[in-house]
Ligand binder design. Structure first.
Ligand code: PEP
Ligand code: MN
Length: 339
């Protein structure tokens, strides 16, 4: 295998690009095109001998050919310098804005999700979350409402216009979840479910890929690579804390992964302080830390009545507390020159 980036001249024409792609396909190589504001690059993945023998200098459109040194290719900054910006309905993730995704851990009832979604919308959230298929540690805990829950999320979208983020727990559920959701979430426990990642790479909806609780940043980016390799370029990374020896919090928020990912990848990254800490009081300060560290947004759990939540009540913000947090984040974002 060899992976190189063909950097094209600024004035390379569509015909020249098509011609290059055609000859790459002839030698059995994959050609991944990335169109930047100024120039187009082609990421090439293929047989080393065949690719390296190609007379790239004979093509006028080619400026240079650069090998990608990192184990991940299509997600790397070497492949694409410009940050990826993902649009979902009215929402945008990446490109300078700080987007908040909010909602309960689980969909429990129509009234609960609609109430939460209205509060999310009013306070300025861009997307609404809620799990209908829940990955629970205990098989005796509430497992989610399944398709019935997805329909409730669709109802919440109908009422508020907020796009829906919800988890795909199993490869068998991709089809049904895609029928309702706007963004498909891969939970921490599935980050290395490679067959599912491949299938999600064939979907046309953005994927929110959570970091595995024992995964390095490199393993996380390799997981994203599985999705991009199949053609789906819209991946949002989500730092949700990793396992450490600390027991005061559910996980330890690795805030350093935000600037680290920014250095190595063009993909947007958001932070989930709810699952990182498991403690309501820590969520607001860590949302601020995420904004300060350069994250593209946060995902937080909120609930009309956290005490009665069927899942993750102790880490869920009340609707009032969520509104207060949004006001504080707005002020801070304005100070930092973010939207
Ligand atoms: C969730 O966001 O609903 C969730 C289960 O989180 P994680 O996969 O990060 O544990
Ligand atoms: Mn949860």
């Amino acid at each position: 295998m060899v992976e190189v980036v063909i950097v094209l001249h600024e004035d390379a024409s569509e015909e020249e690009i098509e011609e290059l792609v055609a000859v790459l396909h002839e030698v059995g190589a994959e050609a991944h095109i990335s169109r930047g504001e100024f120039r187009t690059v082609i990421g090439v993945i293929g047989d080393r001998e065949k690719v390296m023998q190609m007379p790239f200098e004979a093509y006028a459109a080619v400026e240079k050919v650069v090998p990608i040194m990192k184990p991940y290719k299509l997600v790397s900054r070497e492949f694409r310098e410009e940050p990826t910006v993902i649009s979902v309905g009215s929402a945008v993730i990446g490109g300078g804005s700080f987007s908040v995704i909010a909602g309960p851990c689980s969909v429990e009832a129509e009234e609960q999700v609609v109430k939460a979604a209205r509060a999310a919308k009013e306070a300025g959230a861009m997307l609404f979350r809620g799990g209908a298929f829940k990955p629970r540690t205990s098989p005796y805990s509430f497992q989610g409402l399944g398709e019935e829950g997805l329909a409730m999320l669709a109802q919440a979208r109908e009422e508020t216009g907020l796009p829906i983020v919800t988890e795909v727990l199993d490869v068998r559920d991709i089809e049904v979840v895609s029928r309702y959701a706007d963004v498909l979430q891969v939970g921490a426990r599935n980050m290395q479910n490679f067959l599912m990642l491949r299938d999600l790479g064939l979907q046309d909806k953005p994927i929110l890929l959570k970091r595995g609780m024992s995964s390095t940043v490199e393993e996380w980016l390799m997981a994203a690579e599985y999705i991009l390799k199949e053609g789906n370029k819209n991946v949002i990374l989500c730092e949700r804390g990793i396992r450490t020896f600390e027991t005061g919090t559910r996980n330890t928020l690795d805030i350093s992964s935000v600037p680290m990912v920014k250095n190595h990848s063009h993909l947007p990254i958001i932070v989930d302080p709810s699952h990182a800490t498991g403690v309501r009081e820590l969520v607001v300060p860590l949302c601020k830390a995420a904004l300060a560290a350069g994250a593209d947004g946060v995902m937080v759990e909120m609930h009309p009545n956290p005490r009665e939540a069927l899942c993750d009540g102790p880490q869920s913000l009340t609707l009032d507390c969520f509104k207060e947090m949004m006001d504080e984040l707005n002020e801070m974002a304005a100070f930092l020159g973010r939207k």
